[in-house]
Design a protein around this ligand. Structure first.
Ligand code: NAD
Ligand code: MG
Length: 297
């Protein structure tokens, strides 16, 4: 099994997958993904880089958010996990892994398209963890459609609410609580600058997230709050099998990257840990691409 430290070839690390065609209703469950995604649950080794920190991670039940939440816990942080109520099974498993690392895991199910839920997530962190100093805006909605005319007004609205409005609402609610040294990390995507023709609504939210990150980073830097983004390439998560990709494309998922394979959520977590921790103190408004080698602007 690959871990984040052992010297090895990144072409073969984490294995090359060719997922069978499959479909789950949104939001999809890690528990039902075939093959299983690697969240680093067996391998991630913390080194005390987030000792005593208090984090909020949205979409923390599965995929990239879950791998990040596990890594944060093992690095010494307490974590509030935000997710949808349908994802209780995935969320409980991740909470258990964080608790096994000796840290607090606080589950806050709820739909982030509702600004009240966004405020509740922040209020819970303040009430139960005694504050918040890491905010990871990672929850996302991605539904592929061949034609613009296939995107319903509701899909467009829900994609923008989930990917952009929730980031705004959560950040706005968290700001009054964030002490100097705090970090905000937004999950964007390679889609922000290389949009797929089938992801017009989704890709434009990711361009928006990039822009929001760079503008806000300058605004908050003088207060000692650093804002950065992580831009994943093709990563094996439930998002992809719940209409994120046309299902006939799943067997080749990620194989057109220079590394020739999809990434695993476990390969994203160290990027979030780096941006959350003081070791990245001079990194502000940056987009850290973790995409298997596809060129970026
Ligand atoms: P995922 O399905 O595991 O995570 C997405 C999470 O978003 C879900 O678990 C769910 O809890 C949350 N979510 C969705 N709608 C919500 C709502 N209305 N309220 C509350 N929570 C909601 O998939 P993932 O791939 O790990 O996605 C995480 C982030 O990574 C997303 O922002 C996605 O756009 C981004 N991303 C993923 C890839 C990829 O290839 N998987 C590539 C680039 C960017
Ligand atoms: Mg999920």
């Amino acid at each position: 099994m690959t871990d984040q430290y052992t010297f090895r070839n990144p072409v073969t690390a984490y294995g090359k997958i060719s997922p069978p065609e499959q479909h789950q209703p949104e939001p999809g469950l890690d528990a039902e993904l075939e093959p299983k995604a690697d969240l680093g649950e067996e391998t991630y080794r913390g080194t005390g880089r987030l000792e005593g920190r208090r984090a909020i991670v949205t979409g923390a039940d599965s995929g990239i958010g879950a791998a990040t939440a596990i890594a944060f816990g093992r690095e010494g942080a307490d974590v509030v996990l935000s997710y949808l109520p349908e994802e209780e099974e995935d969320a409980s498993r991740i909470a258990g892994i964080i608790e096994a690392a000796g840290r607090k895991a606080v589950k806050v199910p709820g739909d982030l398209k509702d600004p009240n839920v966004c405020r509740e997530v922040v209020d819970t962190a303040v009430a139960v963890l005694g504050g918040v100093d890491i905010l990871v805006n990672n929850a996302g909605k991605q539904v592929a459609q061949k034609e613009l005319t296939d995107i319903t007004d509701e899909q467009f609205d829900h994609t923008l609410k989930t990917n952009v409005y929730a980031m705004f609402w959560l950040t706005k609610a968290a700001l009054p609580h964030l002490p100097p040294g705090s970090t905000i990390i937004n999950t964007t995507s390679i889609q922000a600058y290389s949009p797929s023709p089938t992801l017009v609504d989704y890709a434009s939210t990711k361009a928006s997230i990039n822009n929001f990150t760079k503008g806000l980073a300058q605004q908050l830097a003088p207060q000692g709050i650093r804002v950065n983004a992580v831009a994943p390439g093709p990563i094996w998560t439930p998002l992809q099998v719940s209409s994120g990709q046309p299902k006939e494309e799943l067997p080749e998922f990620g194989q057109s990257t220079p590394l020739g394979r999809a990434g695993q959520p476990a390969e994203l977590a160290p990027a979030y840990v780096f941006l959350a921790s003081p070791e990245s103190s001079y990194v502000v408004g940056e987009t850290l691409n973790v995409n298997g080698g596809s060129p970026t602007p």
